[in-house]
Design a protein around this ligand. Structure first.
Ligand code: SF4
Length: 447
């Protein structure tokens, strides 16, 4: 039965010391009840309370940390719902780009350089490759150790070590002591040795088997040896069976509290065809991978997948907004153009990016439309000429520029007459319908 916040609270010390990162014991208790925190995250819990409550209060899906502690690491798992609209998905998956064992040292280093540089800004957020998957299959143990050590020293991201050979994995894990790479992967054939390696090196371990029953047995065996940072690994090229098995495992963990499958999933979608790999990665980003192993490192392949992840892992109940205020783009003067747009983040950042691209410094007045884009805001009565004029007044835009020209979105041409009639903005220019037209518009129209 699910724990209530009050039941959790009764077992806490009730000192409100804040050492758990929450201001009060009650706030922490609510997080435990929501399965976002484990009871053991309170460092002052009595032993009795720990043994009574920790199993019952543990999140149904384990939080797994890959890489060094702190910001350099990557967390996956601790999801709470099957469907995004029920609440939200919490931990966006990491793209792990495969560095093949067949590459020379120089080629591997060059691939890592590309991974290090694979960071993009979209809708005001940084998105990028989260892991480097270093394949050492077929390498001698000492060569594998040297390869992972050399790459780890230059890597921006934590590593996944890929081999099913126990001797090779032991050498590689030993060379990365303290760096907590994800060891990929234990199978029924090598499980005993791999679980020992993971236990000795204190590393997270990926498990793989051809049925969920065998996978649950592997997880139970690992847990018995003290290895609890586990990831369930699936073959993404077998799309139908992988989607079915991941879904069944997640449902068993979240809905039935079946602890043996209560771990995040990872999917290997590495194939030679970039288009197919992009589709596979996007599919499993939605269903329900925490790590995606890919070959491709080209931005044309990465960006669609990263964009999919970003979209899926936003909170569907909270509009993606920016603050409604006056933004100054570049070195604005009293002769700079003034535009307005809505506070839907995607709209604002598209407009901002295109104004920057135009190299014409400008003011952007962002009107509060409750997170709706231009047409939706107009259709939903969240924007009007009167509201635009009031926003310009409130932000005192007329005091910033000497002219009285205002550029309005091309999707709202009907606002022109009303704004000119009812405000000091006597010359309203109808801008382009899409943000991509802004640079040409500003360069040609703004003299
Ligand atoms: S660390 Fe424990 S005692 Fe302190 S506020 Fe958090 S829950 Fe309460």
């Amino acid at each position: 039965m699910a724990l209530t916040g009050m039941a959790v609270y009764k077992s806490l010390p009730k000192t409100n010391c804040g050492d758990c990162g929450f201001p009060t014991c009650m706030a922490f208790a609510m997080q435990v009840a929501a399965k976002q925190k484990a009871m053991t995250d309170c460092p002052h819990l009595s032993d009795q309370a720990k043994s009574e409550m920790s199993d019952a209060s543990a999140p149904p899906m384990k939080l797994v940390h890959i890489g060094p502690a702190g910001a350099a690491g990557f967390e996956i798992g601790q999801e709470t719902v099957m469907f995004r609209h029920e609440e939200k998905f919490h931990k966006p998956p990491a793209l792990a780009i495969r560095i093949a064992a067949s590459l020379s040292d120089d080629e591997a280093a060059a691939k890592l350089d590309t991974i290090n540089g694979a960071v993009f800004t979209r809708v005001g957020q940084q998105i990028g490759v989260g892991l480097a998957a270093v394949e050492v299959d077929g390498l001698a143990a000492d060569a594998a150790a040297a390869r992972v050590k050399a790459l780890a020293g230059k890597s921006r991201v934590p590593l996944v070590v890929m081999t099913e050979n126990a001797e090779t994995m032991a050498a590689a894990a030993g060379a990365l002591a303290g760096q907590k790479p994800l060891l990929y992967k234990a199978t029924p054939a090598n499980a005993e040795a791999f679980i020992k390696i993971a236990a000795d090196a204190k590393c997270p371990l990926a498990l793989s088997a051809d049925t969920l029953e065998k996978l649950a047995d592997l997880a139970a065996a690992a847990k018995e040896k003290g290895v609890t940072d586990l990831v369930l690994a699936f073959d993404g090229t077998k799309v139908a069976s992988a989607v079915r098995d991941i879904t069944v495992a997640r449902r068993a963990a979240l809905r039935k509290q079946f602890r043996a499958l209560g771990y995040p999933a990872m999917v290997n979608v590495a194939v030679d065809d970039p288009a197919r790999e992009t589709v596979l990665a996007s599919t499993f980003a939605a269903k329900y991978a925490g790590v995606l192993i890919m070959n491709g490192d080209d931005s044309a392949e990465l960006l669609p997948v990263l964009t999919t992840i970003q979209n899926i892992y936003t909170d569907p109940q909270v509009p993606n907004t920016v603050e409604a205020k006056l933004y100054e783009i570049g070195n604005v003067t009293d002769g700079s153009p003034v535009l307005f747009t809505t506070n839907f983040a995607l709209t604002y950042f598209s407009v901002e990016a295109e104004v920057e691209r135009s190299k014409v410094p400008a003011y952007i007045c962002v009107v509060d439309t409750e997170g709706l884009g231009v047409l939706n805001a107009y259709a939903g009565d969240k924007i009007s000429a009167e509201k635009v004029v009031k926003s310009l007044d409130a932000m005192q835009v007329a005091g910033k520029v000497k002219h009285r020209k205002l550029i309005i979105p091309g999707l709202l041409p009907s606002f022109r007459a009303e704004i000119e009639d009812s405000s000091p903005w006597k010359e309203v220019l109808i801008g382009p319908e899409t943000a991509s037209g802004i640079p040409a518009f500003l360069v040609q129209s703004w003299k």
